[in-house]
Design a protein around this ligand. Structure first.
Ligand code: NDP
Length: 241
């Protein structure tokens, strides 16, 4: 039996590519999702990877869901906190609801995903925590005060967890993707994408979900054991920290 990996938001977009790549490496993978039952069923049918439905913004749901995965597959060795949303608006128009929804999913959701499995990782002396942050957490983005705040927060989470987990064999790292061709990005009007976003990417293209998945596979591996508290930027040279 391979190590057990959980990918939140693992049934579509970047998460789907991560789930598939980890399975191809021999991990026992569980993918979670929020509400798109149809996509999740098609994903399971295609990959054989079981899906679990809960809201990452809810601690009790997350704890129960992760416990179910451990009952089904065994102790969780690798957790990929990938689930995320956008609710974009310029700050003067941003509603408290838009702020809260994004904080609950992208920031509290990361706490809720890692906290229930952290104790077990400490007890067993091994763990890999990988958080999917964003280029916009590194550089900020007009219209995304809520989103950028959560993604910058993710970087604080992994740097702190790295210091707490290192002596227990646990690593915690973040990946900051640039613009990746998923539904989240394809939802941006094509004109904006072609005239304002792609010209800012020196690579001249969107990234592929598989390019992020390969970063996850590396960070999850034994070879990456001394990489802890780091951020991998995968953005086609759009931004350097
Ligand atoms: P998608 O919108 O394609 O997929 C999001 C996934 O997260 C879905 O599986 C969705 O479930 C799940 N999800 C959303 N909200 C919740 C919730 N409350 N509880 C549980 N699951 C939830 O997103 P992407 O693949 O584009 O993005 C994945 C991650 O990568 C996000 O954190 C995003 O911020 C980050 N990112 C993406 C970039 C991009 O260019 N696409 C760039 C930089 C970072 P369901 O299918 O049920 O809706």
């Amino acid at each position: 039996m391979g190590r057990v990996a959980v990918v939140t938001g693992g049934s579509r977009g970047i998460g789907e590519a991560i789930s598939k790549a980890l399975k191809a490496e021999g991990y026992e993978v569980a993918a979670t999702y929020a509400g798109n039952d149809e996509k999740a069923a098609a994903f399971t049918e295609e990959t054989g990877i079981k899906t679990y439905k809960w809201n990452v913004g809810d601690y009790e749901e997350s704890k129960a869901g992760l416990a179910q995965i451990e009952a089904d597959l065994g102790p969780i060795d690798v957790v990929v906190a990938n689930a995320g949303i956008t609710r974009d608006a310029f700050f003067h128009k941003m509603t408290p609801e838009q702020w809260k929804e994004v904080i609950d999913t992208n920031l509290t959701g990361v706490f809720n995903t890692i906290h229930p499995v952290w104790g077990g990782m400490r007890d067993r002396g091994f763990g890999r925590v990988i958080v999917i942050s964003s280029i916009n957490g590194q550089k900020g983005q007009a219209g995304q005060v809520n989103y950028a705040a959560t993604k910058a927060g993710d970087l604080g989470i992994v740097k702190s967890l790295a210091q707490e987990g290192a002596a227990k064999g646990i690593t915690a790292n973040a990946i900051c993707p640039g613009y990746i061709g998923t539904e989240m990005v394809r939802a941006i009007p094509e004109k904006v994408l072609n005239e304002r976003i792609i010209p800012q990417i020196p690579a001249g293209r969107l990234g592929e979900p598989e390019e992020i998945a390969r970063c996850v596979v590396f960070l999850a591996s034994d070879d990456a054991g001394f990489i802890n508290g780091s951020t991998i930027s995968a953005n086609g040279a759009q931004f350097f920290v």
